[in-house]
Design a protein around this ligand. Structure first.
Ligand code: GLN
Ligand code: ZN
Length: 774
């Protein structure tokens, strides 16, 4: 039998970010809701058509969203917190997503270990008034276009609850939800739907076993509807839940074969005879074309063990951009091994075809030219033939592309040699913190500083765009940036800060800026992926050995330092953050890639020191978010992550003060790793968490200096001296005076100058008052 193909979701922002643009126009009152919804519909149908044309047999339907698909389900099930009940329709939806004057939005947090953010449902008791008519409308429309291939995606109840803020116990919540799910599935069944995907990614989290009874109860109830269910998991393996998940009363189970050890679990414990396996083998989280020699043997193993299976991406394709062939600015050799959503569809079809024809019994299956118009007519629908006709990738093209790429981006022997000759000494500062401290810059108690960036006004942004387009010369550009630096230094002096920064005006983004100057990084033109709502990012691609060919930050530092007697900090982005916010290579480990970046940063540290820097900050805001989903794998990650930071900083002279910055982090459970970073000063967000972050450090006995974030950079409100003073007093009550710095929570790039100057003046004032008390 021919192996079938499926998808679990598709990018939904539009190939040209149509949904993003429509959303922003709608919020600005430039278009009405009809026009917004029309755009979403067009993008959605174009997505379906792409998947249909690629030859996907079972196309996931219903993940298209106006903001966030988790919010959609919260909304459909009527899980509306009290404060939003005064609104209705779209106004309510967007109030939940974005807040309103005086009403806070739902909290936003990272979706598993991806860089997508979802809105956290808040669930309280009370009757639910569900309305999923928008979903039914979509499914019906999809059926008209796709026939039996339309497979609705429903978000699973256990995962919904696991990721929510619950104001009632789980049993009660589940008993409220089950009837809704049963009704929904019954309605889908009456539409003639052949199968429903239920996404339950929370099964891969380490605490899955605690939820065993809940899953069992839910799926027992749902099986009563008698519509085939595909229980979909992704982002990691099932781990300890594997055996009981296999017994749940569903027709199919989808597993991620690109992460964790699902294949080993299948081989060890087998796969139930009565179920189909969804083999998530095409990596939905990275942008590389498959390597047939790695993937095909895996599929063959599965074929030996599993009676019936389908080939699919490992998760929704929302985590990759639309189409790699549009990246015409990239070297062809690189472009041809990239695989975005459209190419991944082809790979899914290629693999299904490959594994089918490998089977001698079906080798003779004829290719039949399929007339696409027939797809409207369900009785003539024959997915088997459709896929064979439309599939484009073949093994030869794939393999040749990889060969060309290897020649294009060979291993760099110098970097390899450097990595090989690293010894434990390279990861350590020359002197211990206690000994080097007295050699470092001396400052008043409660020194004041900022995190690095200053307002990125529209003038600054326009300047960079014009330079990039070649509309202004490099010289004019640099002169203009220098003018910004000058103004920034003057403002900081006026505010009375002790340690200054140059303001980061030359940087669009803290990763992109460095990536663009390092060899081994590539940047796309259209490679947008949704970060949240209408916000999209274009993650850099690390494709080769990373090499620094020239200093990256030294000119700006020298200029800034020449303008003032006060010390200016050198500003770098750390290796872990660069890795976590990029698409990374799969031929070498993340650790090795982080070490390569660290080696480049080491040279930058040395150059900054030579240029006179007494203080260098290496930001690592993404260190915590890189933690693996299962706690038992944390140590392995933290070990290399901390090491790569230490490798970048270890070269610094004992007299150089190394700072690092982490925003919006929790430290309680990783305090020893934070300590092991051995940074002289760690600046943290602390004002929004009400000193919580600081207490986590101090309770854990943190021994080095802490930059205490006293000013919420996300709010346009100007914090008063009194506010900051009172926060400082309570926050530092248990800390030795010599350990405390005073700074904002994070960079100031999103704020306006009119807000920043008075706020910083107040902050300096607060530090001065504290000094008088000390
Ligand atoms: N130095 C960066 C800035 O000030 C740090 C940004 C961050 O923590 N995300 O913008
Ligand atoms: Zn920050």
């Amino acid at each position: 039998m021919k192996i079938q193909t499926a998808t679990l979701g598709y990018p939904r922002i539009g190939k040209n970010r149509e949904v993003k643009k429509a959303l922003e126009a709608f919020w600005n009152g430039k278009i009405g809701s009809q026009s917004l919804l029309q755009t979403v519909k067009e993008v959605e149908e174009a997505n379906w058509k792409t998947q249909l044309d690629a030859g996907i047999d079972k196309i996931g339907i219903g993940d298209t969203t106006l903001y966030d698909h988790i919010l959609d389900w919260t909304f459909r099930f009527g899980l509306i917190p009290e404060r939003f009940q005064q609104f209705s329709g779209l106004e309510r939806y967007f109030a939940m997503a974005r807040g309103k004057e005086g009403i806070s939005a739902l909290e936003m947090t990272k979706w598993f270990d991806t860089n997508y953010h979802y809105l956290v449902p808040e669930i309280t008791s009370g009757a639910l008034r569900a309305d999923w008519s928008d979903f039914i409308e979509r499914v019906s429309r999809a059926q008209e276009i796709l026939g039996k291939r339309a497979i609705p995606i429903v978000f699973g109840s256990c995962t919904l609850l696991r990721l929510s803020k619950l104001d009632l116990n789980v049993d009660t919540a589940i008993s409220q939800l089950i009837p809704l799910y049963t009704d929904l599935l019954t309605e889908l069944k009456s539409l003639g739907i052949s199968e429903v995907q239920i996404h339950e990614p929370a099964l891969v989290l380490g605490d899955g076993n605690n939820w065993k009874e809940h899953y069992q109860a839910v799926y027992k109830s749902l099986s009563g509807v008698e519509i085939p269910l595909n229980l979909v998991t992704y982002f990691d393996d099932l781990g300890e839940t594997y055996s009981w998940v296999m017994d749940l009363p569903v027709n199919a189970i989808s597993l991620d074969l690109t992460r964790g050890s699902n294949l080993e679990l299948i081989k060890t414990y087998g796969f139930p005879e009565d179920k189909r396996l969804g083999v998530g083998i095409v990596d939905a989280r990275n942008i590389w074309q498959i390597c047939p020699e790695e993937v095909i043997p895996k599929l063959e193993t599965i074929k030996d063990v599993v009676r019936e299976f389908e080939v699919q991406p490992s998760a929704s394709l929302q985590f990759v951009p639309y189409d790699a062939t549009r990246e015409t600015q990239l070297p062809e050799a690189l472009r041809n091994v990239l695989s975005f959503a459209e190419q991944k569809l082809q790979e899914v079809v290629f693999l299904a075809q490959k594994i089918t024809v490998c089977d001698a019994k079906y080798n003779h299956e004829p290719l039949v030219n399929f007339n696409r118009n027939n797809s409207q007519n369900q009785s003539k629908f024959d997915a088997t033939k459709l896929t064979v006709t439309y599939y484009k990738k073949d093994q030869k093209t794939i393999e040749t592309a990889w060969e060309k790429f290897r020649r294009f981006s060979p291993i760099n022997q110098i970097v390899q040699q450097q990595l090989k000759s690293l010894t434990s000494k390279d990861f350590e500062r020359n002197l211990s913190y206690d000994l080097r401290r007295s050699l470092q810059i001396s400052l008043p108690v409660f020194p004041t500083t900022t995190i690095g960036s200053f307002p990125q006004t529209s003038d600054v942004r326009k300047l960079r765009v014009r330079y990039k387009r070649g509309e202004i010369s490099q010289e004019d550009y640099q002169t203009a940036i220098k003018a910004q630096i000058l103004e920034c230094i003057r403002s900081q002096e006026e505010a009375g800060l002790d340690v200054l920064v140059h303001g980061e005006f030359e940087r669009t983004d803290m990763v992109e800026y460095f990536g663009q100057q390092l060899q081994g990084f590539a940047f796309t033109q259209n490679g947008w992926v949704q970060s949240y709502g209408s916000r999209c990012v274009r993650p850099p691609i690390i494709y080769g050995d990373v090499i620094r060919t020239q200093a990256m930050t030294v000119d700006e530092f020298i200029y800034a330092q020449s303008l003032t007697e006060k010390p200016v900090k050198g500003m770098l982005t750390g290796p872990v953050t660069m890795i976590n916010w990029s698409y990374t290579r799969t031929d070498i480990s993340r650790q090795e890639q982080a070490f390569q970046i660290a080696l480049a940063l080491r040279d930058e540290v040395t150059d900054l020191e030579a240029a006179g820097a007494k203080i260098i900050q290496i930001d690592e805001p993404a260190l915590r978010e890189g933690l693996p989903l299962k706690t038992k794998r944390w140590n392995e990650y933290l070990s290399w992550a901390v090491d790569s930071f230490k490798l970048s900083a270890g070269i610094a002279k004992p007299g150089t003060q190394i700072h690092t910055h982490m925003c919006y982090s929790e430290f309680g459970d990783i305090i020893t790793d934070i300590e092991r970073l051995d940074a002289d000063v760690l600046s943290i967000e602390n004002s929004r968490s009400n000193n919580e972050t600081l207490y986590e450090l101090t309770d854990g006995g943190y021994s080095k200096q802490v930059g205490n974030g006293v000013y919420d950079v996300h709010s346009p409100a100007i914090p008063t001296t009194e506010q900051m003073l009172s926060q400082l007093r309570t926050g530092i009550a248990n800390l030795p005076v010599k350990q405390i710095w005073v700074n904002p929570d994070c960079g100031l790039k999103t704020r306006r100058w009119e807000e920043v100057i008075p706020a910083l003046k107040n902050m300096v004032e607060a530090a001065k008052k504290l000094r008088e008390e000390a």
